[in-house]
Design a protein around this ligand. Structure first.
Ligand code: HEM
Length: 517
């Protein structure tokens, strides 16, 4: 009897709580239409559970914007997600104008004040809200210097040569089928490890976990993909005999052991190298010269870890999409090749000073990142009640004013902006030359906007340009079709965007390199 009464009371309490949460969520987003579901997309369960938009069970999850980009915004300029169980109410907008309002310098918006990734990785430059972020940024800013970009250029060449030699492509006229995703992520990790941490990463022998069962790259892939599980699951679950959970435990142990060993080595290094890792460790010194840039022990670990993650997953995924598109659109590849040969007409090697001369190549890169931006949203939280001014998708219509409440998450939808026909006519078409006529630099949102824009933008661009110059100068990229498959069918099979908790990329992309005569 008593048990039934307690059960009924608890059930009633939960239902009332859910209804109140739901109603207050609707008020917070000013009743903007959208998805009504148990979990918000930025909550841990919302991130872990797959996207499902059924009538009886709705979880927008990580993929809904990619899946619905053709339908959602054809009828709405803004949508909301209102959860009744876990998470804050959310607004999504595919608008450059709103991005300026939300991701600019306004104190009305900040990064999420309680990011789940802070629990997993430690407070860091990427996820920290404004106040601690200033310290993080001061500590890391000096690392992003001309010296770093020179190192990125040199390391990209060295790693490229190591890759070609180790893979045995040097002696061949044509390579076997390559799954580009595997190559590019490993490549980007090798470059960032070397430039940011001074850790050489031989192509044949990538660093492994202490027991030799997991490479550093595998542990980073799992740590990023399953960060939400790590934040959500209690520690005891990792003792269960479930391979998936055991792998997560091993991945996190490997990555934390690696990062701590790098930090310890730097502390013992009296010369103190001024690369990214050296600067982060220095900012933790007892007698650090600038107290406004001092970092705690956990912040040191957090920053080293996210620099590794931010510096390789994104670049690797962007490179795969760009290479796959160049393989599919041979005319654009030939234009990029001709440009490279004309810049290097006297047969010399390219240098960092040449980067700006590869205009068409840069447009191919931007167009690839427009179609497949490695980060699909800029997530901010309203720090006070605020009115969003949202332009209409219909020419001549008045802008919409949406009053949202403090605590609402406002996500600037990068995919939505990059596929918005107001900014990019025929947005589905791969057309690198469109960038010749685009005068507003804010329309390219792949690296974010405002004070929190990507600190590694130049790092990534230098690496990507250098990689593609080396590749396209000597090799022709060809897509590998299945038996009876047409290039259009290959496009539909491979060039499909998928979000892996944090980053967006294409499906496994089979290509072949054919040596240019
Ligand atoms: C194609 C490659 C890359 C893409 C598309 C990319 C994209 C982005 C975006 C969109 C943001 C802003 C997130 C926000 O506003 O919420 C960001 C921030 C950041 N990125 Fe990147 N990134 C790339 C490569 C890199 C690299 C190579 C590094 C470092 C080596 C890096 C380091 C950072 C850092 C430190 C931040 C945080 C900046 C701050 O809040 O002050 N990124 N990135």
């Amino acid at each position: 009897m008593l048990t039934t009464a307690i059960f009924t009371f608890v059930a009633l309490y939960l239902v009332v709580r859910a209804v109140l949460k739901y109603l207050s969520g609707l008020r917070a987003v000013n009743n903007v239409p959208g998805y009504r579901c148990a979990f918000s997309t930025t909550s841990l369960p919302g991130m872990i559970l797959p996207t499902s938009l059924g009538k009886f069970w709705c979880n927008p999850g990580p993929d809904f914007l990619v899946l619905l980009r053709h339908s959602v915004y054809t009828t709405h300029d803004v949508i909301s997600v209102v959860p009744y169980l876990v998470g804050a109410p959310e607004i999504y907008v595919p608008s450059v104008e709103v991005m300026r309002q939300v991701s600019g310098y306004s104190p009305q918006f900040d990064k999420e004040l309680d990011s789940p990734f802070d629990y997993v990785f430690g407070s860091n430059i990427v996820t920290a809200p404004r106040a601690p972020w200033k310290r993080h940024r001061r500590a890391l800013n000096p690392a992003f210097s001309q010296k770093l970009y020179e190192m990125v250029w040199t390391e990209t060449i060295t790693t490229f040569q190591d890759m070609v030699a180790t893979e045995g492509w040097g002696q061949q006229d044509s390579t076997p089928t390559i799954i580009m995703n595997d190559i590019t992520t490993k490549f980007a990790l090798a470059v960032v490890s070397s430039c940011a941490f001074g850790l050489k990463f031989p192509w044949a022998e990538p660093p492994k976990s202490a027991d030799g069962t997991m490479t550093l790259q595998e542990s980073l892939v799992i740590s990023t993909r399953d960060a939400a599980v790590r934040a959500f699951a209690p520690r005891w679950v990792y003792r269960l005999p479930i391979k998936y959970l055991r792998d997560i435990e091993l991945a996190f142990n490997t990555i934390f052991a690696f990062v701590r060993s790098q930090i310890a080595a730097r502390r013992g290094d009296v010369q103190g190298k001024k690369d990214m890792c050296g600067l982060i460790v220095e900012a933790n010194d007892e007698d650090h010269v600038n107290p406004k840039a001092k970092l705690s022990d956990d912040e040191v670990v957090g920053n080293v870890l996210v620099s590794l993650i931010a510096g390789h997953e994104t670049t690797g995924k962007a490179l795969t999409a760009i290479i796959a598109l160049l393989g599919l659109y041979q005319d654009e590849q030939e234009k990029a090749h001709s440009e490279i040969m004309s810049v290097l007409h006297d047969g010399r090697e390219a240098t960092l000073d040449d980067v700006d001369s590869f205009t068409h190549l840069q447009h191919c890169i931007m167009e690839g990142m427009r179609l497949f931006p490695p980060l699909d949203v800029l997530i901010r939280e309203a720090t006070e009640d605020v009115c969003l001014r949202i332009p209409s998708r219909i020419p001549g219509q008045k802008e919409l004013e949406v009053a949202i409440k403090k605590g609402t998450i406002v996500s600037v939808d990068i995919v939505g902006i990059h596929y918005n026909p107001r900014y990019f006519p025929d947005p589905e078409v791969y057309n690198p030359s469109r960038w010749r006529d685009i005068t507003d630099p804010d329309q390219f949102v792949a690296f974010g906007y405002g004070p929190r824009a990507c600190a590694g933008r130049k790092f990534a661009m230098v690496e990507t340009v250098c990689f593609l110059v080396l590749l396209l100068r000597d090799w022709k990229i060809e897509i590998v079709l299945e038996k009876g498959e047409t290039p259009e069918e290959w496009r539909k099979r491979v060039l499909v965007a998928k979000v892996d908790t944090i980053t967006l990329g294409v499906r496994p992309a089979p290509i072949r390199l054919v040596r240019r005569k």
